[in-house]
Design a protein around this ligand. Structure first.
Ligand code: NCD
Length: 492
């Protein structure tokens, strides 16, 4: 049975499903706490590594439920819990859980919540962590849900951006320019990161490995609707002032070159030819470079990528990257050369090490082991009205948790009404947006194809469909047009 009025219960635990579940102040509070853990628990000379244990979480148990491979995220959560003096229980392989017997996410987490005080979940379906959060009373942390979001990696990224390698003092994220590079389409790390950077007032330059690996439409729409934010296009920038503090990279394709396709720079998209390398050298002011791996496991169809660019020492010699911090969420494959490891600009291992103090701070905050650290989410979700009429619209994303037959036993569709002039909806689980083609009053069951009048139907009576056929299949009939409407339709 579906939990009544989920999502609006005031008593619900604070879960971190999307980066927007943390306000900018919350993020600062988590970082302040991470700073304190590092100050108290890192040995001299190894400034950025936690050692020893405290007793803050001695009465608590953390559960890690990982339905996808992980090294850093799971182990750093478990290490963080141990360093806090707590215990953890772990499912690192979904094949040994009751999922193989057909158990649903909602059932699994309702069982696990009686064994643990906090659940960390990684799952291949977009929206799975939201389902988990909706069905338990303990906090849930999203450790990556398909290609959707990975908010705690973003915390590690932002913390690293803020402190770098620890030698240069704290940097402000506002006005920082970050280049996100590689597989921006499927990479969940760059999705959470771009939302956070947008909110924090940073500039973002996307450098997709190829046009089909650029940010998906729903990410760009959310950036624009929720944060009034448009990523920069490198071609719009004068070549002498291209600013960037960070560039996120990925393996195997000539991603950065796609953004260099500009008449001003006179560069074409191909492999890194000498001329293109020269063009890169001519760009001044790139402060950093963030790379990401090609997400082969999420790529639809042929995954036979051949020419992903490699970021190596030679590449980083180019003038624009002189002061670039080099970041990567790891694991790397071929996109980031081992010859960069010794370079002072490389901070990716520090980024992974920061996972422990940052996750300690998050766990301690969510379990309320420290005085009221978190005030609440950024409020994105409360701004939109909910649409969840059964047997009408379905989310268009085949990898959404709501599209899975096992979860459809109990899970309905749920959308946010994000459109104004048109009835645009956004899936409340995976964030995909769609524009219904048919509107109706649920009471009269008469549908119309002119969706622009959708606001004339009250929210609690509104029924939306993807197509006329879907409306007919649901037992709705075409609305008879009034004389005036018919004349207007004829004249179109
Ligand atoms: C990332 C992930 O799982 O999304 N890894 C991580 O958590 N550090 C990035 C990746 O797998 O490419």
């Amino acid at each position: 049975m579906r939990r009544a009025a989920f999502w609006i219960s005031a008593a619900m635990a604070h879960s971190i499903v999307t980066i927007d579940d943390l306000s900018n102040d919350d993020i600062e509070a988590v970082f302040g706490l991470a700073d304190r853990f590092l100050a108290d628990m890192s040995p001299e000379g190894r400034l950025r590594r936690i050692r020893g244990r405290c007793s803050l979480a001695q009465d608590h148990v953390l559960a890690t439920l990982f339905y996808e491979p992980s090294t850093r995220t799971r182990l750093s959560f478990e290490s963080a819990m141990l360093r806090l003096g707590g215990q953890y229980i772990s499912c690192a392989d979904s094949k040994v859980t009751s999922t193989v017997k057909g158990e649903t996410i909602a059932d699994t987490v309702r069982v696990v919540e009686s064994y643990a005080d906090l659940i960390v979940i990684r799952h291949p379906w977009e929206g799975a962590a939201q389902v988990a959060a909706d069905y338990v009373d303990v906090p849930v942390i999203n450790a990556g849900d398909g290609g959707h979001e990975h908010p705690t990696q973003t915390l590690c990224d932002l913390y690293t951006l803020r402190v770098g390698d620890g030698r240069a003092g704290r940097r402000t994220l506002k006005d920082m320019t970050v280049v996100l590079c590689g597989d921006l389409r499927h990479g969940r790390t760059v999705h959470s990161l771009v939302y956070a950077l947008a909110r924090l007032g940073a500039r973002v330059i996307p450098l997709p490995a190829s046009p089909d690996l650029d940010f998906p439409e729903h990410v760009r729409r959310r950036l624009s609707r929720d944060y009034n934010f448009v990523p920069l296009d490198v071609a719009e920038l004068p070549d002498a002032s291209l600013p960037a503090d960070v560039l996120y990279i990925t393996p195997e394709k000539p991603h950065q070159l796609s953004l260099l396709e500009s008449d001003a720079l006179n560069v074409s998209i191909k492999l890194l030819t000498k001329k293109e390398q020269q063009a890169l050298r001519d760009i001044k002011g790139v402060d950093a470079f963030y790379a990401t791996r090609l997400q082969v496991e999420r790529k639809e169809g042929d995954a036979g990528e051949t020419s992903y660019p490699v970021i190596d020492r030679e590449f980083l010699k180019q003038k624009p990257y002189r002061h670039s911090q080099v970041m990567h969420p790891l694991p790397r494959v071929d996109e980031l050369g081992y010859d960069v490891d010794e370079d002072a600009r490389s901070v990716y291992f520090q980024q992974a090490a920061n996972g422990v103090p940052v996750r300690m701070a998050l766990i301690a905050s969510l379990l309320e082991l420290v005085p009221a650290a978190l005030a609440g989410g950024a409020g994105r979700r409360t701004n939109y009205r909910v649409y969840e009429r059964p047997n009408t619209l379905r989310c268009s994303n085949a990898n959404c948790v709501t599209a899975q037959p096992s979860e459809q036993r109990y899970l309905g569709q749920k959308f946010w009404l994000v459109g104004e002039a048109m009835p645009t909806v956004r899936c409340a689980y995976c964030d995909y947006e769609q524009e219904p083609k048919v509107i109706s009053s649920a009471r009269s069951k008469r549908y119309r194809l002119d969706v622009s009048s959708w606001k004339s139907i009250s929210a609690d009576d509104l029924a939306l469909f993807e197509s006329e056929a879907q409306a007919l299949a649901a037992g709705y009939q075409a609305k008879k047009l009034t004389g005036r409407e018919a004349t207007a339709t004829q004249s179109i």
